[in-house]
Design a protein around this ligand. Sequence first.
Ligand SMILES: Cc1cc2nc3c(=O)[nH]c(=O)nc-3n(C[C@H](O)[C@H](O)[C@H](O)COP(=O)(O)O)c2cc1C
Length: 187
Amino acid sequence: MKSEFIETLINRVSCGRLTQPAPSKEHMDLLFQAALRAPDHKGLKPWQYLVYSGSNALCELGEAFLKASVAQDPELPLDKQQRMQSLPHRAPMVVIAVAKNNGHEKVPHIEEVVSTGAGVQSLLLGAYELGYGAYWRTGPLAYNERLKPLLGLEADDTIVGFIYLGTPEITMKAKPIPEVKDFVTWK
Ligand SMILES: Cc1cc2nc3c(=O)[nH]c(=O)nc-3n(C[C@H](O)[C@H](O)[C@H](O)COP(=O)(O)O)c2cc1C
């Protein structure tokens, strides 16, 4: 028997066409509470979430994207520079999910990254359940080492994703569910 919760897990979809309003502060607090209950080896709490909400903050993020891109490739054509600067404006809110590197002897950093990813999935599911649209992106900027200091991050932090959030501009349709037997082996 399917519960509503399981239905949400199965039916969640991403939405890349996002408009105003962004999720409310109250709703974001709930979504972060969900994200902060991600499974966490040794209780290291390796998560950091940076929230860019509203025009000024998104412009600030666009400046950082531009600076990091040009620092990495000083020959970057002007149209690509403009695109980098405009990326954050695809949604009214962008959350950057970061995995800190605690350097614990028994917890390799990959586990901190996976834990942060689990938190992101909770955030996406919660946003979907509350009627918002969300889209997890990475792309070259997530791996551009010049970006981290511009965001106040440490060199050994991992940017797990840029989570674009807002109100869906289009109807979010459920997607076909992959065949369980194609991915699961029972022994
Ligand atoms: C770690 C990670 C990074 C991703 N980065 C991108 C990205 O940069 N651009 C993109 O179009 N989709 C990216 N995706 C995929 C989308 O978030 C989304 O999952 C995909 O379009 C499938 O849609 P669905 O979630 O509705 O099944 C990424 C997904 C993950 C897990």
